[in-house]
Design a protein around this ligand. Structure first.
Ligand code: ADP
Ligand code: NI
Length: 219
């Protein structure tokens, strides 16, 4: 007998928690947890398939290429192997695989090859977790993990990077706000995502303004 959807989600949670137990703080289980919860809340409003959205959110960062020498195959392959072991039907497996292959920000450097309402919802939830208070915390945690500088007034943000340069960038973390985080507000897919992004964006802007004032010792 096929397992219930509830049981499948429970097994997926356990699998993801185990796979990510040594992950960097910005890409760990708690990032997945936040994206999962946010996608679930958004799915109801956007009338997306709740099971696909949950499964996609849970598996979307199972093996980020950033932590696998840039290899973009490890994540989707691991997810497909896991879903096959759960005997999910091939239509579901293919949809989740396509979501994982297309969700990432660096994919925006390429022509769009796949689209679905469920991808749009999860992508918005993932992008919301990259901005606002949590976005700031994640960016500096990642920068610290990679030993990037906080800021260097002599290194300008590069707004015209191609995909490979973006993936290899070791620029100061403040530059990442200009190169990615401030752009996300206008890239949201859903109306709920757009609304939530406004507040988080404004908060991040205030943070960077204050950072610059403090950097120059403004009284
Ligand atoms: P995606 O998960 O959509 O592929 P990224 O991998 O670029 O997006 O980034 C995920 C998160 O990792 C970002 O939101 C940010 O917090 C952090 N991050 C990625 N690249 C950098 C960077 N160069 N400097 C600081 N933080 C970064
Ligand atoms: Ni993510």
């Amino acid at each position: 007998m096929p397992e219930t959807q509830e049981k499948i989600i429970e097994k997926t949670v356990n699998f993801v928690q185990n796979e990510l137990k040594n992950a960097e703080g910005g890409h760990d289980w708690w990032h997945i947890y936040r994206v999962w919860k946010m996608s679930l809340n958004m799915a109801a409003k956007e009338k997306a398939d709740v099971f696909i959205v949950q499964l996609g959110a849970l598996l979307h960062d199972i093996a980020d290429s950033k932590f696998n020498d840039g290899d973009e195959e490890v994540g989707p392959e691991k997810a497909v192997q896991f879903m096959t072991s759960l005997k999910l039907d091939s239509k579901t497996i293919e949809h989740i695989e396509a979501i994982i292959r297309n969700i990432s920000f660096h994919k925006t450097f390429e022509e769009k090859k796949f689209d679905s309402l469920e991808l749009r919802v999860i992508q918005d939830a993932d992008r919301l977790d990259a901005i606002g208070a949590i976005g700031i915390a994640r960016a500096f945690n990642y920068g610290g993990h990679k030993n990037f500088k906080l800021y260097d007034p002599g290194i300008e943000p590069d707004l015209h990077m191609d995909k490979e340069t973006y993936k290899k960038s070791d620029a100061p973390t403040i530059n990442h706000f200009y190169e990615k985080l401030f752009l996300l507000k206008d890239m949201m897919n859903t109306s709920t995502g757009k609304r939530l992004a406004e507040d988080r964006h404004a908060f991040m802007k205030r943070f960077v303004d204050q950072f610059m004032n403090e950097w120059e010792g403004k009284l």
